[in-house]
Design a protein around this ligand. Structure first.
Ligand code: ATP
Ligand code: MG
Length: 395
């Protein structure tokens, strides 16, 4: 009779006897054995930069450009090295890194990501390359764009249950990072990306810092993106010990507010955004002193208001905190089974249709050969090419 596979391993009726346990221990897992016993090389090899090709640009921010790359075939390919695997490649100009005195060895993103074990709620780092002009971070590719784009796609805001799902994803990602002692410091929808299964992952560790590192004022002032900055970042003279994981929980509160209302909780309603210095100062005044406003036209449940209000408490020590258990016990999150969510066993509210990510969507121009000398670029069919007559330059 075949073994009952529905029983968990080691369950009362399925527990193997002692001799068979021993046999199982002596049996080298076959993956290792085949590779080692026959003296074969590993089945996959580290890639070189010229064994990848750029397919399209995924996005660009202040410090970097992110591109989709795919592996290409090579003559001596091994059985599992099928071409066409997709990755995200974040490209930093060495010149810019030098200008900002961010020497690559100290670069926050590379340093933090290379210390971070693999985790489903973080876009992981696979490799780092360099050519004469740039440094390249090869990252796990999450195919469905960032949370800001997704929010726009679904009409600017979402209902409570949908927000609970996404917010719980953010909580799990942050808890993991904070458990490693890492503060993200630039959490916002643009830095949270959607995977093919509809779950979120945190990305962009450009401002991340170890909590154990210096809390020097100069390294914390006006850091991140104004709308998401916590009061302890925009207030001078706050004791250094306040600048810690709470800044990420504050930002998560701003994001939650944004998900359910489509607006920022603290906003000076300037059309040009908070660029001008006085405008930014007005925004900071609100962050420091204003109560959370509740838009009359969008009714939010009592518990939803309560969790947002408690995440956006001005005093860091009175704020809800995902690292000490106060946040996950909040009634608004009562229905979340955290183990199930952590294993990604819920069906996500939005699961994108499968499509070819390699298609160029005209959104960003491709880099030129001159910009990324070490990394080949694919030939884009003419009808898929970016046409800059219709777009403003992103540089
Ligand atoms: N691993 C990834 N998979 C898919 N898309 C990604 C990935 N990483 C980034 N992106 C896309 O590229 C955009 C920019 O990425 P990221 O935020 O890391 O760079 P950045 O904003 O230029 O960095 P910085 O804030 O340091 O200037 C993201 O908003 C997202 O849309
Ligand atoms: Mg970013």
């Amino acid at each position: 009779m075949p073994a009952d596979r529905s029983k968990p391993n080691g369950g009362p009726s399925g527990a193997p006897s002692e001799p068979s346990r021993k046999a199982a221990r002596n049996h080298v897992p076959f993956g290792t054995r085949i590779a080692m016993a026959h003296g074969k090389q590993s089945r996959v090899r580290k890639r070189r930069l010229d064994e990848l090709e750029v397919v399209k640009t995924l996005g660009a921010g202040s410090a970097a450009r992110v591109m989709l790359v795919r592996t290409t075939a090579r003559e001596d390919s091994r059985p599992l090295e099928k071409p066409g695997a997709l990755f995200a490649m974040k490209v930093f100009k060495k010149r810019a890194l030098r200008r900002e005195l961010m020497y690559w060895e100290e670069h926050a993103e590379r340093a933090r990501l290379s210390e971070t074990p693999w985790h489903p709620f973080i876009a992981g780092l696979l490799d780092v390359f360099a050519d004469e002009k740039n440094v390249y971070e090869m990252l796990e590719f999450l195919p469905c764009g960032n949370l800001r784009v997704h929010l726009q796609r679904i009409g600017g805001r979402m209902d409570g249950p949908t927000a609970t799902f996404y917010y719980a994803n953010i909580v799990l990602g942050l808890q993991f990072l904070h458990g490693l002692g890492i503060i993200h410091r630039d959490l916002k929808p643009d830095n949270i990306i959607l995977g093919g299964n509809g779950y979120l992952a945190i990305t962009d560790f450009g401002h991340a810092k170890l909590d154990s590192a210096s809390k020097d004022d100069s390294e914390w002032q006006a850091l991140g993106t104004p709308y998401y900055m916590a009061p302890e970042i925009v207030t001078t003279g706050m004791p250094a010990r306040y600048r810690t994981f709470g800044v990420d929980w504050w930002a998560s509160g701003v994001i939650l507010y944004e998900l359910v209302t489509g607006e920022f909780p603290f906003d000076n309603y300037d059309e040009d955004g908070p660029n001008d210095e006085t405008v930014v100062e007005e925004l900071f005044e609100q962050i420091r002193y204003a109560d959370v406003p509740w838009p009359a036209e969008i009714p939010l449940g009592r518990q939803l208001q309560s969790i947002i209000e408690r995440l956006l408490r001005k005093e860091p020590e009175r704020r809800l905190h995902g690292d000490n258990g106060t946040l996950v016990k909040h009634p608004w999150l009562a229905n979340v089974d955290w183990v199930r969510m952590g294993r990604q066993l819920y069906k996500a509210p939005y699961v994108p249709q499968a499509h070819r990510h390699e298609t160029n969507w005209h959104t960003w121009r491709m880099p030129t050969e001159d910009e990324i000398p070490g990394l080949p670029i694919t030939d884009v069919p003419v009808m898929q090419q970016f046409d800059d007559r219709f777009f403003e330059s992103e540089d």
